[in-house]
Design a protein. Structure first.
Length: 325
């Protein structure tokens, strides 16, 4: 952290959603993952001192926007831990209650990083309130504090991706911007059903324990697909990127992490001409991500909605590096 400046009366911070292109679950075991920022889905946090000065060292949270109240319920312990850790780093003791307002357009439980984005926005708002500048690493560490409480064993990819300005490669806490040698559109489709990262992790672990060598096969295959997709993105081979997406979906489905509704959305996207499609996030619900050529985007989107998608978002590879966190 930098030297303190004069504290403000209200601090604000902002973060955005993300989607995992490839690497779900394997990233927890040290494999690499590829992630995509979704700049149009945002969380804005406002933090101020409560007028109720008698209530010391407490934090209240209010959420508005399209995100559900369940997010605050699920993440409140992590967010309170985050505030306590932030104040401890600054040596702040006591003080009136902090009121945190989260305005979010990131749907909860869809694998889009809603909890990490809320945590990052809160961290940046706290830094603004107290007049401190956070390094990227310091912000990451604080967000991870909340993520570990919300999800158990968190890889850190969400904590990095919700502040990324461009697609990134992540492995064991290290990040690099992805080299992109192609244009294309990613369509993210919400199945309307929330997933559960904790349940998916437990299901996958149970499968690994029951079948000797299952973990090594899963992580090895995932690593191969991530590496191949990274190379194809750099070398401008969209068909190869799409094929790796679909193969990763098959890997997730084979592990029991997909659902009938998700499978139907993947099939609809492919039938409409997508170059590839897969579940994104922890699984057992959530979203599908499909790579399409611009001229097929409208038809793919239409077919996704006909197959049951409740909403869709389009993210272009072109221009993502101009997005400000």
């Amino acid at each position: 952290m930098s030297e303190s400046r004069r504290a403000r009366s209200v601090g604000t911070g902002r973060a955005h959603a993300k989607a995992i292109l490839l690497g779900e679950h394997a990233v927890v075991y040290g494999a690499a993952a590829l992630a995509l920022p979704i700049p149009q889905l945002t969380v804005t946090a406002s933090v101020g001192w409560s007028p109720d000065g008698d209530r010391q060292d407490e934090v209240s949270y209010t959420m508005t926007g399209t995100a559900s109240r369940a997010l605050v319920t699920q993440a409140s312990d992590g967010l309170r831990r985050l505030v306590a850790e932030f104040k401890a780093r600054l040596g702040v003791v006591g003080g009136p209650r902090l009121d945190v307002l989260l305005d979010s357009s990131v749907p909860h439980g869809r694998g889009l990083g809603s909890s990490a984005a809320s945590s990052r926005a809160t961290v940046l708002a706290l830094a603004d309130l107290f007049g401190h500048t956070l390094s990227q690493d310091a912000a990451f560490e604080l967000v991870q504090t909340a993520e570990q409480m919300a999800h158990g064993r968190a890889s850190g990819v969400d904590a990095r991706a919700v502040g990324a300005v461009a697609p990134l490669w992540f492995e064991a806490g290290r990040v690099e911007p992805l080299r992109i040698g192609m244009e294309g559109l990613f369509i993210v489709a919400d199945s309307g059903t929330a997933g559960s990262t904790k349940e998916a992790v437990a299901l996958l672990r149970e499968g690994f324990e029951q079948h000797r060598g299952a973990r090594e096969r899963f992580v090895g295959r995932a690593s191969d697909l991530v590496g191949a997709a990274r190379e194809a993105l750099a070398n401008g081979k969209p068909e190869d990127v799409g094929a790796r997406l679909t193969e990763y979906h098959d890997l997730m489905r084979g592990a029991g992490l997909s659902t009938n509704r998700i499978d139907a959305l993947v099939e609809a996207a492919l039938w409409a001409g997508a170059l590839g499609a897969k579940i994104t996030g922890g699984g057992l619900g959530g979203c599908v991500i499909a790579l399409v050529r611009p001229e097929r985007a409208r038809e793919v989107t239409r077919q996704l909605h006909e197959a049951g998608a409740v909403q869709t978002w389009v993210v272009s590879l072109k221009g993502l590096d101009n997005h400000a966190p």
